[in-house]
Write a protein that binds this ligand. Structure first.
Ligand SMILES: [Zn+2]
Length: 286
């Protein structure tokens, strides 16, 4: 694509935003990647998780939703991973640019499959956030014997120092147990039918209410980095919202899957350029 076409698309996208009455930000793994969280970096993985290499794991992607390992290794890995990706200071330029676009519009909502808490850490209002896939900040019973969840931060403090760096494992039987039944636990993220929905029901209801209140308005949906792993949570709803409302517009930012269905293509703009660059340009163009 020529730079002229890119500039024209950006100008059109800025006009969509200027004209909008409501903004929905939909975000998948591609936004975290654009913001610099890289799950496929092998060199960083070998440096930070040397104990994992002996099991054939070469990058963080290999451990995503991988429940084939022992609880001692699962927790041994995730305690370190979520300390880095969920609880480190997270102020990030791409998220700040998005926040600035959203705050100018005022009437916005965020729908994201990302469990890394980056919207929360970048000061997005939690009342305007729905994370249907859960959040690394909470843990739950894997049975589950209870719908309760509990904070992960104290677990990191207590258990991470016990992880053996040569094996990345906790001591045998030393993985965090359910305080209610003593059974196995994991993070409150959607990885199977054991997922506890309770903490996310409020967000789901708030999202539905917001959508209903804005269903006839000039809504712009920015869909960022949502691919085909779990398209039912962000990618397809984004298209459906635009399809159902003739005044709605879709901005799709996606490196690998920028395509848009034909029936809404005339009300959509798609960008396969890096999302962080497009968002930065949209922010300054307004
Ligand atoms: Zn339990």
């Amino acid at each position: 694509m020529s730079s002229d076409t890119f500039t024209q698309k950006l100008e059109q996208a800025a006009r969509y935003l200027d004209d909008a009455e409501a903004l929905l930000i939909g975000a998948g793994a591609g936004l975290s990647a654009a913001a610099g969280i890289d799950y496929s970096n092998k060199a960083a993985f070998a440096r930070d998780y040397p104990g994992m290499l002996q099991y054939g794991f070469t990058c963080k992607l290999d451990m995503m939703a991988n429940f084939s390992v022992t609880p001692e290794l699962l927790w041994g890995y995730y305690l370190q991973h979520i300390k880095e990706t969920r609880f480190a200071p997270g102020i990030n330029k791409t998220y700040q640019d998005l926040l600035s676009i959203a705050q100018r519009l005022k009437n916005f909502f965020v729908l994201t499959t990302n469990a890394d808490g980056l919207f929360e850490r970048n000061n997005f209002d939690l009342d305007r956030l729905f994370t249907p896939q859960g959040d690394y900040k909470l843990a739950q019973c894997l049975r589950p014997c209870t719908q309760q969840t509990w904070s992960v931060e104290p677990l990191i403090e207590k258990y991470l120092p016990l992880v053996d760096k040569t094996t990345q494992k906790l001591p045998p039987g030393g993985d965090p147990k359910c305080p209610n039944c003593g059974g196995p636990t994991f993070l409150n993220v959607r990885g199977g039918d054991w997922f506890v929905e309770d903490p996310w029901i409020d967000g789901s209801l708030r999202f539905k209410k917001w959508l209903a209140a804005n269903k006839d308005k000039r809504i712009v949906v920015i869909d960022i980095g949502s691919g085909f792993n779990t398209p039912m949570w962000v990618r397809w709803p984004a298209e459906e919202i635009v399809r159902a409302n003739k005044q709605a517009r879709l901005l799709r930012l996606n490196l690998h899957h920028p395509e848009v269905p034909g029936d809404i293509a005339h009300r959509s703009l798609s960008f396969s350029e890096p999302a962080n660059e497009v968002i930065a340009l949209l922010e300054v163009s307004r």
